[in-house]
Each structure stands twice: as structure tokens, then as C-alpha cells.
Design a protein around this ligand. Sequence first.
Ligand SMILES: *[C@@H]1O[C@H](CO)[C@@H](O)[C@H](O)[C@H]1NC(C)=O
Ligand SMILES: *[C@@H]1O[C@H](CO)[C@@H](O)[C@H](O)[C@H]1NC(C)=O
Ligand SMILES: *[C@@H]1O[C@H](CO)[C@@H](O)[C@H](O)[C@H]1NC(C)=O
Ligand SMILES: *[C@@H]1O[C@H](CO)[C@@H](O)[C@H](O)[C@H]1NC(C)=O
Ligand SMILES: *[C@@H]1O[C@H](CO)[C@@H](O)[C@H](O)[C@H]1NC(C)=O
Length: 425
Amino acid sequence: MSENQSVSREVSYINPVEAFLYTIDEWCICVSVLADQKVRRSCFCTILPAASLLCVVFFIGSAYIAPDHKEKLSLWGITGSLQNFKLNKCENQCRPHGSETLPEGIVSKTSNLEMRPLWGFPEKDTNSSVNLLAVAVGIKQKDLINKMVTKFLSCNFKVMLFHYDGNVDEWKGFKWSDSVIHVSAANQTKWWFAKRFLHPDIVAEYGYIFLWDEDLGVDYFHPERYVSVIRSEGLEISQPALDPQKSIELHHQITARGRRSIVHRRIYKPGTNGKGCDGSSTAPPCTGWIEMMAPVFSRAAWRCVWYMIQNDLIHAWGLDMQLGYCAQGDRTKNVGVVDAEYIIHYGRPTLGGMDRNKKNSSVKGQTSQSKNLTSREILVRSSHRSHPNDHRYDVRRQSYIELDIFRKRWNKSVEEDKCWIDPYQ
Ligand SMILES: *[C@@H]1O[C@H](CO)[C@@H](O)[C@H](O)[C@H]1NC(C)=O
Ligand SMILES: *[C@@H]1O[C@H](CO)[C@@H](O)[C@H](O)[C@H]1NC(C)=O
Ligand SMILES: *[C@@H]1O[C@H](CO)[C@@H](O)[C@H](O)[C@H]1NC(C)=O
Ligand SMILES: *[C@@H]1O[C@H](CO)[C@@H](O)[C@H](O)[C@H]1NC(C)=O
Ligand SMILES: *[C@@H]1O[C@H](CO)[C@@H](O)[C@H](O)[C@H]1NC(C)=O
């Protein structure tokens, strides 16, 4: 609310009902104002990628004039809506917060992850990256990551590795090491990194953002073909299907690969009292969502999802079911799973998972099958065991706590935002 209050302080209104544009923080926000000067509603303008900021001003009644300009106006005796409009065109240019004192052309609103030479200018790069792969990695998965990164680089992706185990130098052995971006922070999750290093303005150039786990096999996956499928199918949020034979365990039916389809957007499952899934289902878990293991977001969807990622909820549980709100339209159409290009989920223990060298002490009593499960899965299975060196239980408990907080926070936001309309209600 303090942001809104500052808006009220800094502007004055002449007409009872009017609307104006103003910038808050780095975002351009349209604010409609009523006669009592109470800010009733704010909304984000659409910020078009790679284009200048475009904001639409709705004039209801006549225009807004700042105090000093009001003076000038009366001095010059200029009246009429045309002049007002011109004046407002300058006044209301939607500038990123903090850049108002600069001429517009010098303001660089977005960036990218391209590396630049220390001297000289790069040749006109005809192969410049258009898509981005970001993976949280530990050195133990270097065999899988090597295959994955090699494949994506050959398709001209920009690649970013988030190191959670402090091992950065060990990757130097790979010849691609210097052409990817390394970010290191101890024991942080994929979502923690993504929130902090993949701000939509930083990755604004990339058409699709692949935010993947590290224990995935790409033998049957071709990044370029995948992108052409999701582009032609209009999938804003997607994931490759999981091979049900080779993958360790499927968490959700919707991720299982269909052998005869290119993509699928829903599952069919008998059930009573509307609990099943059929062709008329419109909501998760039947349709309109994917799992968070290998999500792929369009630029527009990522801009929305980034906002939904909470700074303090680093396991991001609960986000999957809400992805539909970022689908840029109908979630039953724009969210889907690609069967034609699929991956293998090896389910290796990763961040928060067990140390494989301590296997015999920390996972005593586990079935041998669980050797191949992910931390997530192991956590679910080892619910009652807690060992000093085994934090899987803690991670799992934390994930559930976060899920609960996220759901409550969502509900509270829905309750408090009187202007928000649930498109799926
Ligand atoms: C573009 O890609 C081609 C083939 O992959 C390569 O030979 C060429 O050097 C690349 N150009 C630049 C500027 O990277
Ligand atoms: C990261 O987590 C591991 C396992 O829980 C722990 O041993 C290690 O000290 C942590 N590292 C840091 C820098 O917190
Ligand atoms: C299993 O644990 C014992 C003692 O707890 C240890 O001596 C042994 O090296 C461990 N084995 C492996 C494979 O980690
Ligand atoms: C399961 O893990 C073991 C080693 O822990 C490995 O030898 C085996 O190939 C894995 N199975 C699959 C299906 O990945
Ligand atoms: C959030 O709201 C939904 C729908 O009103 C309700 O079913 C759910 O129990 C609520 N969740 C929490 C954690 O309050």
C-alpha cells in the first residue's frame, strides 16, 4: 500500500474522474483513480519484449496535469484537449522507475546472458542464442549434465549452470565449460537460483526458458525439434514426457509418454463424484498443469511465473498446480506434455538427497529400489527416519510446510484483491 500512497502524494488531480500513468519501481503500472483520490486499482502494463515500453492511457473525463505544468498552461493561455494530450504524451511516458531523468533512448531496459569480448566487437553473430537452458547441478551428475549441455549447446541454446555444491572448477574439464555461465551458491535450489538470476528483464531475449533438474536423460530428446513442436502447438508452458519404461518412477500420470501422440494436454482416469478425469475436465490434476522437474516456459509465461515464485519458498511446492494462471490464455490448451521428444528421469539423489557414499549408514532399511529414487521420492518413503547426516526428512518436511504456506498465501491474495477475477472459476 505504501507504493500506492506515494503515488497519491506525488500527483494532483484536476478532474473528478481521471486516469493516468505512473511508474512504480521498475514496472510500469497503470493506475485508475477516482474522485476521492483513493487508488482503486493498479495493473501491470504489458511489457512487450524487445520493443519499447508501450502503455495505454485511458482518459475518462479530461486529462491529468501536474501542478507546475498547470501554472505554465495558464500562463500561456493554452487550452483545449489537443494540447493537453500532447503535454500528457510527454508527462505520461512510461519510464522505468529511476530513469525519469534520462533521455529515453539511452535507457537499457533489458539485458541478456551473452558474454562479450574484452576488446573489439563480436562478429555479427548469426547464430545468436534464442533459447535458454538453466539447470541446478552437482558434480555427481556430471555425466548426465555433460550429455545434456552438449546437446543444448549444439542447438545454439544459451546455457546457465547453477552450482549448489560449490564445485565449479571441476567442470573445467569439459570443453564447453567456458561457454556456459556458472553461478554458485551453496545448497540452494533451482527455484532459489531462478528467482534471483533469471529475472524476466534479464532473460527477455530468449524465446523459451528450460528450467530443468539435473537427473534427466536426453537420449531421446532433441532441443530444436522440441521447440518447433511447442511453437506449432502453441504451448506456453510444457515439459517433455517421461519414458515410463526407462524412468525410475512416474510421480504423475500426466507426465507419462503417450506412444502415439505428439503432445497431450490431459489424462483420462475413471473416478466417481467428479474425481475422475475425462474429456470435459478443465483443471489440474486432469489438465492445465505439468510437473516441475523439466518445465519449459515461453517468454511471456516466464514473466508471469517469475512473479509467482516466492523468495522464501525455495522448494516451490504448489506452484505446479497454479501454472495455468500464467498460460497466457486457456490452460487446457496452452499447457501440455510433449510425447514426440521425451526424456528419462533417472531419479538420482540430488540436492537434499543422500550422499551416495554414505548410503549404507544413512538409508539403512530402505528397499534397494529406492537407490534410484530422487530426493523427492526418497523423502516420501523415509518419512519417519531422521539421521544426523540425513536431511532428506527435513527437506521433505520443509517442502510440505512451504506447500501449506504457499496455498494459504494464494488464498489470502485472492481474498484481498477485490479486483482480481479468477478466470477458472
Ligand atoms: C555459426 O554456426 C556455424 C555452424 O554451427 C559455425 O560454423 C559458425 O562458426 C557459427 N558462427 C558464429 C559466429 O558463431
Ligand atoms: C550444505 O549442505 C550439506 C548437507 O546438508 C552440509 O553438509 C554443508 O555444510 C552445507 N553447506 C553449506 C555451505 O551450508
Ligand atoms: C558402510 O558403513 C560402514 C560403517 O558404518 C563403513 O565402514 C563402510 O565403509 C560403509 N560402506 C560404504 C560403501 O559406504
Ligand atoms: C539404479 O541405480 C543403480 C546404482 O545405484 C544402477 O546401477 C542402475 O542402473 C539404476 N537403474 C536404472 C534403471 O537407472
Ligand atoms: C484455499 O482455498 C481453497 C478454495 O477456497 C480451499 O479449498 C483450500 O482448502 C484453501 N487452502 C488453504 C491452505 O487454506
